[in-house]
Design a protein around this ligand. Structure first.
Ligand SMILES: Cc1ncc(COP(=O)(O)O)c(C=O)c1O
Length: 492
């Protein structure tokens, strides 16, 4: 039977709920806004509370007899060429952990590109999985990591034939894509499953000019944040499954360990509505976003001192395989300012919020939600920034290590280092010790330090100089980095 993408089961169930005037004596306790503080209702609007209903026993009946969520997931799977789709209301931070747990268990090995997001590292800490790190492709000149190549995965499997599978991040938050088909082939020759963290790829299935999409490239599990590049509400994420290597029941059971028993119907509705929007009009909508991004790229390139990282900068031998043009990443080296300075100036002076920020770049994510008016404001703000740059003062220098200096040896399991005895040592005495915490420049959220790695001077210098220059580090035990949490001497 062909799927009817004009339907949206979750949205329809919400309409029914209201039309039938259902009266709940269940959570949520605000009871369709009636109990909510009027001041909160004024800020959030009643629509938020009206859509916030109990999922099982509210949106659907007590035994989920209406298959509301199942039908919405089946439609999503159909739209993206998956065999099974699971909705998550806890972001891809949950989805990626569910995927990892479905492939490997405690003390089992998983090959992982070292440019993985911190949620993957949390997954390692919680599960006790042993990571086998796979080298990203480094652009040493731009100080940027692109997804690892299939050859790197091949080498890692040769050294660790007992690995249970592989995980790769593609596209990266900068928009660089891996050769997923080749990586999937390397995995399937074993045969073990490939997980793709495609958190930044919600839009990819819906236009042929966008990078190829994990489910079409042979991946087994693919994780996507619908809230990042799609129209989902924050925390709206999905994971998709194909093939025989991971049983759907097992994936569902592992996800059940992590998920909430009170999922948000609002978030489900956002996922359901995005699928309908894309299934019906995705090509047209994404085509317009691509045209808009192309114009923004051309206009930014003309601004003195700015350079837009384009396909030619990211792709080529030894670099990335594919490229998503919607994240517009701007190199500010020519202006002599950091991305941190630029982002702070844009927000304070123009009310414009940049996404990625690093020691030399900012990123402006263009989506189908933009139009000539929003991009016009962005471009005007960027022009003003270029004029204001000389007055921003000298940029604090970030001591960015070379790619080889950035990589530290993983000498203990992340879980053992994190949960074992620890001590906090002053930064200048931390080199040589084994980290017991994550330290992550955010965004993009790739830990520079993770539990079990032996700390080195260049990485510590990078983080302390980065902090002084305005880098945001949300996760260390001492946010000022005066001390670092390490494995205690007697345990190390
Ligand atoms: C590559 C990658 N994976 C996973 C995540 C986690 O996604 P979420 O914010 O939906 O939990 C992020 C978030 O930025 C990410 O960049």
């Amino acid at each position: 039977m062909t799927a009817d993408h004009t339907r949206a089961p979750v949205l329809e169930a919400l309409v029914d709920y209201r039309r039938e005037g259902r009266l709940s004596f269940t959570p949520p306790g605000h009871k369709q806004a009636r109990g909510a503080d009027p001041a909160v209702r004024e800020v959030l609007g009643d629509a938020v509370f009206l859509g916030d209903v109990l999922a099982t026993g509210g949106l659907d009946d007590r035994l989920t007899g209406g298959r509301v969520l199942q039908r919405a997931q089946e439609l999503m799977a159909d739209a993206v060429h998956a065999e099974h789709t699971f909705f998550s209301t806890c972001g891809s931070s949950l989805s990626v952990k569910a995927a990892m747990l479905a492939v490997a268990g405690p003390h089992e090995k998983l090959l992982i590109g070292r440019d993985a997001h911190k949620s993957v590292v949390s997954g390692l800490i919680l599960s006790g999985i042993e990571p086998v790190w796979v080298e990203p492709r480094w652009d040493a000149e731009r100080h940027l990591a692109h997804p690892p190549s299939a050859e790197e995965f091949e080498k890692a499997f040769a050294a660790h034939p007992d690995a249970k599978g592989a995980l790769i991040t593609s596209p990266t938050p900068y928009g660089a894509g891996a050769d997923l088909r080749a990586v999937a082939e390397v995995c399937h020759r074993r045969p073990v499953p490939l997980i793709v963290d495609e958190a930044w790829g919600a839009h990819l299935p819906f236009h042929p000019e966008l990078p190829s999409w994990a489910m079409d490239s042979g991946a087994d599990i693919c994780v996507t944040s619908i809230h990042k590049m799609g129209s989902g509400l924050e925390q709206g994420s999905v994971f998709h499954l194909r093939g025989e290597l991971v049983p759907p029941k097992l994936l569902g059971m592992r996800a059940d360990l992590l998920g909430t028993t009170s999922p948000s119907a609002l978030i489900f509705a956002g996922l359901d509505g995005w699928r309908r929007q894309m299934a019906l009009r995705g090509r047209e909508i994404m085509g317009a976003a691509l045209d808009l991004a192309a114009d923004v790229r051309a206009a930014v390139e003309k601004i003195d001192g700015m350079h837009v990282e384009d396909r030619d900068d990211f792709c080529g031998p030894g670099l990335a395989h594919d490229f998503d043009p919607l994240p517009v990443v701007i190199d500010l080296d020519g202006l002599g300012i950091t991305g941190f300075q630029a982002a702070d100036w844009l927000r304070a002076r123009r009310g414009v919020i940049a996404h990625l920020t690093d020691h030399r770049r900012i990123g402006a994510q263009i989506t189908h939600g933009d139009d000539r008016e929003t991009t016009g404001e962005l471009l005007a703000a960027l022009e003003d920034l270029a004029r204001a740059a000389p007055g921003l003062g000298p940029a604090a220098r970030v001591a960015v290590p070379s790619p080889s200096e950035l990589r530290m040896a993983q000498v203990r399991l992340p879980r053992d280092a994190f949960f074992g005895p620890t001590e906090d040592v002053p930064l200048d005495r931390a080199a040589g010790r084994v980290a017991a915490e994550m330290i992550t420049p955010y965004p993009p959220g790739i830990p520079a330090v993770l539990p079990g790695e032996r700390l080195t001077e260049p990485v510590l210098r990078y983080l302390s100089s980065g902090l002084a220059a305005g880098m945001y580090l949300p996760d260390p035990s001492d946010p000022q980095l005066e001390t670092i949490r390490v494995v205690a001497r007697e345990a190390g």
